[in-house]
Ligand binder design. Sequence first.
Ligand code: GDP
Ligand code: MG
Length: 321
Amino acid sequence: MLIDRARIHVKAGSGGDGCTSFYRDRRVRKGKPNGGDGGSGGDVVFAADRNIHTLLDFKYNRHHSAQRGGHGGSNNKKGKRGESLFIRVPVGTVITESGTGLLLRDLAREGESVIVARGGVGGKGNTKHRPGTAGAEGEGKELELELKLIADVGIVGYPNAGKSTFISRVSRAKSKIGNYAFTTKAPILGIVRFDECEAVFADMPGLISGAHRGRGLGDEFLRHIERTRVLIHMVDIAQLEGRSAHEDYDSINGELSLYKRSLARKPQVIACNKIDISGSRENFSRFCDKIGKSAYPVSALTGEGIDKLLEAVFRCLSGQT
Ligand code: GDP
Ligand code: MG
């Protein structure tokens, strides 16, 4: 099960109190102030880590606090700084403040981090301030975490190639995730299981006709496709629409590289869809000869060849191509 939302409470450490103390000996009767400052409290920091995949832990673990600062001591001894609390979250976690809905950060990249609650500053010892002061309270916040699912696999291809049909066949409708208000232009996500593995697939619509210029497609789209690890390039091999399959194939690849060069370099598994339609077999052989690469003949409608395709995709995901 993938949990994609969590509400948690974070509390940064309060500052340690400043110390009030006096140096006394036989000669210094009145006593000289020598209380040290309190240490500052630790921050609560979120960091994106690609080894974390869900927000599941937060469902059972709602309270997260950083250490408080140590109190100051006599002899001008400064209190110890409280240790910051580092919380690892999946890449793609969006953090907002509950209530206000204020966006604190979208942790979109591996290693990116943000301080969500600041530790209180330590109080002043009476050396500097009479009398010594108490440490400031650490920030406390109620946070909303939302994991925008990151697709492992993006499905690209011409309109009507069969992308939607394919994703609804291979992903379990039941495991569809979240209440994301996807517009028609945003990718449709589905979780696909194969053997013991699981991956998020995204149907990437509209990747032609000026998509690379961003026309009508938001950054959202680009971000999703950029984050995928493998692309399924779906080609309509029935060719009933009067275009040739390899031209479709070339123009989608051209579009990808115009959009961003790195997209064109992503590993692609080529799926020739609608193999159930007569004439498709012949088109398929011709297509493979023409592009000089291997491709998978499939029918998103009948299910033919789908397992072999998924096997190839998951092999590619696990890096053993
Ligand atoms: P998308 O625009 O790439 O998402 O394409 P759709 O999934 O909406 O499919 C476009 C049309 O092709 C629909 O009418 C589908 O029923 C049909 N279609 C999709 N896959 C197949 C297939 O494998 N065989 C046949 N015969 N029709 C298909
Ligand atoms: Mg579609």
